[in-house]
Write a protein that binds this ligand. Sequence first.
Ligand code: SDX
Length: 426
Amino acid sequence: MTDKKVTLTLDSNESAVDLNVLKGTLGQDVVDVRGLGSHGVFTFDPGFTSTASCESKITYIDGEEGILLHRGFPIAELATKSDYLEVCYILLNGEVPTAEQYQQFKTQVTRHTMIHEQITRLFHGFRRDSHPMAVMCGVTGALAAFYHDSMDVNNPRHREIAAFRLLSKMPTVAAMCYKYSIGQPFVYPRNDLSYAGNFLHMMFATPCEEYKINPVLERAMDRILILHADHEQNASTSTVRTAGSSGANPFACIAAGIASLWGPAHGGANEATLHMLEEISSVEHIPEFVRRAKDKNDSFRLMGFGHRVYKNYDPRATVMRETCHEVLEELGMKDDLLEVAMQLEHIALNDPYFIERKLYPNVDFYSGLILKAMGIPTSMFTVIFAMARTVGWISHWIEMHEEGMKIARPRQLYTGYTERKFESKR
Ligand code: SDX
């Protein structure tokens, strides 16, 4: 709270309304409009881009400065000095774990990676050519049908159990989505592998031969998971909070988050970016696509560019770009699509249209290229994003319950018919 106030005068004869200004530790102050409804007016902010929907201590973003902090730690430091499980601990608990705490956390996660054997039959209800995100969304929601003992959202112990179950099992479910889509047998998780290594093993191992995990790819996957772990009140996290505000169980809330992330304007952008690069296919075609991206009458947009919050650069993209080059160098791959991507990046960063609108490559621009280089099909990109973001969704879900959020209930500006008499025309 500050002693600053905003005075709102609604019209000449209405007495002025004083609204408190609240101040956080970083970022913009907020005007507390909670009491405004009682004065007969609502705020109007479709897309909530000027609305602070909650108070949070988890992640801070400064879009103008390209800053991303998780519990105060800069993303570039976490991505280069930490690992995904340690970042999960930090997001969930707020502090860096001691060696003992880290080992306990890692053991807890590792020992819950298997899923109920009956869940494997759920997959067989889907067509083999289902989009893996459809399967991921369905199976995640269905976990509520198997884990009844951690569904009391008001019980901190239940919330903790659900958090570990989701964090542990999402890689298993994600890899199963892939295996099912290619008709290969599911591969069970292994307790002797790292979180990222275990996922790669479940994705690519077969009963026929040993799968050797490439440490460069294992590290790259771990870094991709870190860079996608959380991102403040984005569309899917806000969806999880809204679902959670009704008291819905954690599995249903995460399934709602997966559904929201699927959209091409959000987490589906990495898949959409690859499809776009494949459609462009060669550097000679770039000028035509850039022209289309600028054409208001053309729905084409440069996937992987722009961001609702970052209006200079996405700090995650910087780390992701370095990782992209590392992976391609390790694999000795000269990827034609990377040539297109690099040329597209160069043009966009020098074109007044994109500069004026502050449209820079975002995290999804490079992540798709890395995943493709790893042999992961495009349709699995958003599944991996969802797997990584589960810890962020769960952290916000837990924080919301600890803070005691009321059920989310936005209002509207109604522009429909006034009351009129019904007369049937049949
Ligand atoms: C993620 O919110 C998060 O934190 C999300 C995320 C996370 O970690 O959770 O960071 C993950 O979703 C990253 C974003 C991935 N999406 C894409 O890459 C899809 C392509 N990007 C666009 O759809 C768009 O940039 C958005 C949706 C990401 C952001 O849209 P904004 O900020 O609302 O921008 P806008 O729609 O108001 O556009 C501003 C101008 C418009 O032109 P004018 O009307 O001013 O002339 O920029 C143009 C837009 O037409 N524009 C683009 C463009 N994005 C915006 N033009 C061409 N290509 C683009 N990609």
